[in-house]
Ligand binder design. Structure first.
Ligand SMILES: Cc1cc2nc3c(=O)[nH]c(=O)nc-3n(C[C@H](O)[C@H](O)[C@H](O)COP(=O)(O)OP(=O)(O)OC[C@H]3O[C@@H](n4cnc5c(N)ncnc54)[C@H](O)[C@@H]3O)c2cc1C
Length: 377
């Protein structure tokens, strides 16, 4: 009988396991894959995400330190460089494997290559069926990403207007060529898909190239991706991987009496940028803390406490990310013009991933200026 079982050893699950292990809980962490494993991702780890780690990130994990953004809309381009770091790029296979090891350092048990098939809340415990085994624990954290059936035992499956679909590929290239094309700049293409964008991110010896947009409106993501690749000079044949990405900031149930959802399973993703790593790490840590407190104090409402802590910690950021995404995708022309002509707007925009500003401040700045801009289009 474990104190806590965690389904999924991505950033949310490993962060939960590390925190729970540090607090002395008896933890079993289970993942369906053998690590290191591939995960479709742009590999951008923001300053906000880095700030949540309770250890420093080894230099060999950070592939590039990103200080610039290139924003493209149709045939127009804006370039901006800052004297501070916005994000680092990294390889998710390496990063997630590292996070798993950091969790194991605390003495937790980890099983990989074993899929959690089902679970059942049974009085004082949760029974978890994984591979050919059945495990029991007092609590369960589902941190199995957005594409699993387990989360549907706690919340409804998202409709097509509540998540995006992404297609991503990694394209090998010599670092000198990447340096010439992008250096330490992220390239973002607006106007590629509603509630989404296209990206070209520089890594160590490869680009991450992808597109994403609202599932309801991106009817043929692979075709859109091929068009995007060709338009940007990538003429080869590439392995394309699709994945869904929930829109954060929407109301969703995230816990029942013994089961907490964290990371993508809970829908914790920035709706404007698609950033999910910061919220996966943070919500995993918060979930572990909520369970540890419940084990100390049986009167505590673990679901309510978890929900409230997430709301206080990052609920506002996610809510405003959704508002920001809706503004941008309702008036893309105005949005781009403002970015192109108002230095202050782009500066405030770049401050968000760098943890120097918030969407809330950005929207407060934007609101009074919008009518004039809409009229001038
Ligand atoms: C194309 C794309 C690009 C992205 N780019 C970025 C980016 O640049 N920066 C950023 O911050 N975010 C990005 N995101 C979002 C980010 O990848 C996610 O928010 C993040 O991975 C969520 O972490 P997680 O731990 O919740 O889930 P995941 O990382 O999805 O981990 C879930 C884990 O659960 C395991 N699992 C699944 N089902 C089961 C099961 N039944 N039993 C056991 N194990 C199971 C999986 O094997 C996996 O290891 C991107 C997402 C996509 C799709």
């Amino acid at each position: 009988m474990y104190d806590l079982i965690i389904a999924g050893a991505g950033p949310a699950g490993s962060s939960a396991a590390r925190f729970a292990g540090k607090m002395g809980l008896d933890v079993l962490l289970i993942d369906k894959d053998r690590f290191p494993r591939y995960k479709p991702c742009g590999g951008g780890l923001s300053e906000k995400a880095i700030s949540h780690l309770d250890f420093s990130l080894p230099e060999n994990i950070c592939e590039r330190s990103i200080t610039g953004a290139r924003i493209r809309f149709g045939d127009r381009t804006i370039n901006r460089h800052k004297d501070y770091r916005l994000t680092v790029t990294l390889n998710r296979s390496v990063f997630d494997d590292f996070l798993l090891k950091k969790a194991q350092e605390t003495g937790i048990h980890a099983v990989t290559d074993q899929k959690v098939l089902d679970f059942r809340e049974d009085g004082e415990k949760v029974q978890v069926r994984a591979g050919d085994e059945t495990y029991s624990s007092k609590y369960l954290i589902v941190a199995a990403g957005s594409q699993n059936r387990l989360l549907e035992r706690v919340r409804e499956r998202d409709g097509k207007d509540r998540y995006g679909v992404c297609v991503v590929t990694e394209i090998p290239e010599k670092n000198e060529i990447i340096d010439d094309r992008l250096g330490n700049t992220l390239e973002i293409h607006f106007g590629v898909a509603r509630m989404g964008y296209g990206w070209i991110f520089p890594h160590d010896g490869y680009y991450s190239v992808g597109i994403g947009g609202m599932a309801k409106e991106l009817s043929n993501p692979r075709q859109s991706m091929i068009k995007f690749l060709r338009k940007n000079g990538f003429g080869g044949s590439y392995k394309l991987r699709g994945h869904m990405i929930p829109f954060g900031g929407m109301n969703r149930a995230i816990a029942s009496s013994r089961v907490l959802l964290s990371g993508d399973s809970a829908g914790f993703v920035d709706s404007f940028t698609g950033e999910g790593l910061a919220y996966a790490i943070r919500s995993g840590q918060i979930a572990a803390r909520a369970v540890a407190e419940k084990l100390e104090d049986d009167d505590l409402d673990v679901a309510g406490s978890y929900q409230l802590r997430c709301k206080r910690d990052f609920g506002e950021d996610l809510r405003y990310s959704l508002i920001m995404a809706k503004i941008m995708h309702s008036w893309p022309e105005m949005f781009f013009r403002m970015l192109a002509t108002r230095d202050e707007f782009l500066d405030k925009f770049l401050e968000v991933p760098a943890m120097k500003g918030t969407y809330k401040n950005l929207i407060r700045w934007l609101m009074p200026r919008m009518p004039g801009y809409i009229l001038s289009i």
